[in-house]
Design a protein around this ligand. Structure first.
Ligand SMILES: Cc1cc2nc3c(=O)[nH]c(=O)nc-3n(C[C@H](O)[C@H](O)[C@H](O)COP(=O)(O)OP(=O)(O)OC[C@H]3O[C@@H](n4cnc5c(N)ncnc54)[C@H](O)[C@@H]3O)c2cc1C
Length: 381
């Protein structure tokens, strides 16, 4: 027998969990179909550490972080979970433009300081700063996996169903919506579908009965197998705790943050931004760490992070799903909504992305047009 739900959300990473939470809490009938389990270890929302920060060169995003934080605070309260651990953020390097970021935070009324390199080095001797530094203390570390589970739990508490081990293979239009087919032979009917499949999206797009004009209007989506390394603190009890940081230079772009649970609370997670190899889709990932990337990050730690032992004690791979300008995709056609918020910075927006996606899927409100390039392309023809 084929089951039915008014709304089916495919994928229970941060985006799908947030959308299901928002839909279910508004009283809609929701089923989540997940190929593996929520916060799947081979997707993009697993583990304990993502940077939460307000610093963005584009004021649109600096503002959106504040909206997302408000929703996330409600989630933390309702679920009784700690989702963000304060750590602050240091942004530096010629290509990170700390002064420009300071201007954006000033306009948004977000507490910050612009420090000279020497001043910052005196405060954080564990980091070798090469330019002035933007510091904002309200940044921190998001526990991505706890956030996914909190949102799925809240969705279920509001009546949603979660079906795990349900890999969507494709769907076809019906008179009243869609019939979804799994790779394991099951079917599920839906009035509305939300696809939040992370790095699997490129492989699924051709199986979703999407109009060719809509497909052509989507931005190019690329998937990268990124890698992150954990380095032990030389002085675990250091008087100045480690902040999160983003350092952009002409030769390398690196981010780092306290690794938390993933790294036994003993070290800093450090990674090269967009340093991984391209994949046709998440299905092609191997989980193998590229020795060249490890070498670049170890070399970076030797040069810029004197407070860390430059020998990684743990390492992992993870998937970035990128658009060319790092804007998200939240677009809809024929009762089918596509949500892809990765590009390496989507975690902090998850609660707001859930709100946007639920608004769009239900027709309650539109979303910023920058996320709807496919619809814009179709309607401008
Ligand atoms: C290494 C790394 C570091 C990051 N750092 C930061 C950071 O510091 N700050 C920040 O804000 N953001 C960060 N991000 C980005 C953030 O984590 C992502 O934006 C977010 O996790 C994307 O969530 P998602 O739900 O789109 O995708 P995913 O988490 O990949 O979820 C997709 C889900 O869909 C499921 N699925 C796929 N195909 C199917 C199918 N056919 N049928 C059913 N289910 C399916 C998958 O199993 C998975 O559970 C980082 C990401 C990575 C990978």
């Amino acid at each position: 027998m084929t089951d039915f739900s008014d709304y089916v959300v495919v994928g229970a990473g941060l985006a799908g969990a947030a959308t299901a939470w928002q839909l279910a809490s508004r009283g809609h009938q929701v089923t989540i179909l997940e190929r593996n389990v929520p916060a799947s270890h081979d997707a993009s929302s697993h583990g304990s550490a993502r940077i939460f920060r307000y610093a963005y060169p584009d004021p649109f995003y600096a503002h959106a972080v504040q909206e997302s934080k408000e929703l996330g605070d409600v989630l933390a309260l309702d679920s009784g979970s700690r989702l963000i651990t304060p750590a602050g953020a240091a942004d530096f390097g010629v290509e990170r433009h700390p002064r420009l970021l300071a201007g954006v935070l000033a306009a948004e009324g977000i507490e910050h300081e612009l420090l000279g390199a020497d001043e910052a080095s005196a405060r954080w001797p564990q980091i070798a700063f090469d330019t002035e530094v933007l510091w904002h203390p309200d940044a921190g570390v998001i526990d991505a996996e706890t956030a996914v589970n909190a949102m799925v739990d809240q969705a279920v508490r509001h009546g949603a169903r979660l079906l795990t081990g349900w890999p969507l293979q494709g769907l076809a239009k019906t008179a009243s919506g869609y019939r979804l087919h799994s790779a394991t032979g099951e079917t599920f009917d839906a009035g509305n579908v939300v696809i939040s499949a992370g790095g699997w999206l490129p492989g699924l797009l051709g199986e979703l009965s999407l109009p060719s004009g809509f497909l052509a209007g989507l931005p190019e989506i690329t998937v990268r197998q990124e890698q992150a390394f954990h380095f032990r603190y030389r002085e675990p009890e250091t008087a100045t705790p480690w902040p999160t940081f983003i350092h952009k230079r002409a030769d390398i772009q690196v981010y780092g943050l306290p690794g938390g649970r993933d790294a036994d609370f003993a070290g800093q997670k450090v990674a090269e931004y967009n340093g991984g190899r391209f994949l046709p889709s998440a299905a092609a990932q191997t989980g193998d760490v590229d020795p060249g990337n490890r070498g670049r990050v170890v070399d970076y730690v030797r040069r810029f992070l004197p407070g860390l032992d430059p020998e990684p004690y743990a390492e992992t791979t993870c998937l970035f799903t990128n658009t060319p300008n790092e804007d998200f995709i939240i677009d809809r056609v024929h009762n089918l909504t596509i949500v892809s918020p990765c590009s390496g910075h989507g975690a902090k927006f998850a609660p707001l992305i859930g709100q946007w996606a639920a608004d769009l899927a239900t027709g309650a409100a539109n979303v910023p047009l920058r996320f709807r390039t496919a619809t814009t392309a179709v309607s401008s023809r």
